[in-house]
Design a protein around this ligand. Structure first.
Ligand code: KIV
Length: 268
């Protein structure tokens, strides 16, 4: 007997078709519990390699290994049923050649059950994006501020401040769209450039520190929840979970010390 699931996930073509339409809502998530909440509101959830910094205390995303992405990707897929799940390919797993990228992206898709992968880079990654898409792997691209290249860029710097650099960013956006990416993240880009790119290409642009004129927006969940004491300055903080957790832990510690915890209600 087969079991039919009634809720179907949002698909890659559905996200692709939102170009110029209802704005696409997206957040990162790295584990099942938060993903289940985000799933009720987000069109896609990104298991971003930012998890290296946010969850594992790394200084950058450079050191994130593939198996860590797979572990968190699996957890997010398990915790959700509606949103499209996109998993980041970490640094060093796709740049070498389209073949290496295919092998690692296929492993991510098989072992997590996600619906798409994301990789960083514009024109230089176009050949790889085409290779993956032609072989059944949907790709979200990521241009502008690309954290995996932060050493080359000289840090986490807003892109496009100098108008002379705009043509290169515009060429990146066109190259990934022509190569078959179904959407592209525009990160850390001056507002008029992100708005201009959003008009120029026919796939959805997903902004982060970019422009309200993008086709959708993404934020790192912990940043917008108030869990990051030093969030990037473009982040609007919607929650105060850092303070909430501190209050709860402090109260618990006080009650343990006063031997008022556990009381009868908190025992088996
Ligand atoms: O790794 C990540 O969380 C990301 C988003 C910031 C877009 O790439």
């Amino acid at each position: 007997m087969s079991v039919q699931k009634t809720v179907r996930r949002i698909t890659v073509p559905q996200i692709r078709n939102r170009k110029g339409g209802e704005p696409i809502v997206s957040l990162t998530s790295y584990h099942a519990h938060t993903a289940a909440i985000v799933d009720r509101y987000a069109d896609f959830i990104l298991v971003g390699d930012s998890l290296g910094m946010v969850m594992h205390g790394m200084d950058s995303t450079i050191g994130v290994p593939l198996d860590l992405m797979i572990m968190h990707g699996r957890a997010v897929v398990r915790g959700t049923e509606r949103a499209l799940i996109v998993v980041d390919l970490p640094f060093g797993t796709y740049e070498e050649s389209p073949q290496v990228a295919f092998r690692n992206a296929a492993q991510v898709m098989k072992e997590t059950g996600c619906g798409a992968v994301k990789l960083e880079g514009g024109a230089r990654m176009a050949e790889t994006i085409r290779f993956l898409v032609e072989r059944g792997i949907p790709v979200m691209a990521h241009i502008g501020l690309t954290p995996q290249s932060s050493h080359v860029m000289g840090g986490f710097k807003t892109q496009g401040r100098d108008e002379e650099t705009w043509p290169a960013h515009e060429a990146d956006a066109k190259a990934v769209a022509e190569a078959g990416a179904f959407a592209v993240v525009l990160e850390g880009m001056v507002e008029p450039l992100a708005a201009k790119i959003s008009k120029q290409i026919d796939i959805p642009t997903i902004g982060i520190g970019a422009s309200a004129d993008c086709d959708g927006q993404i934020l790192v969940l912990e940043d917008m929840l108030g869990l990051n004491p030093t969030p990037p300055k473009f982040v609007k903080v919607y929650g105060d979970l850092g303070d909430g957790i501190e209050r709860a832990v402090r109260t618990y510690a006080e009650e343990v010390k006063a031997r008022s915890f556990p009381d009868e209600k908190n025992t088996y």
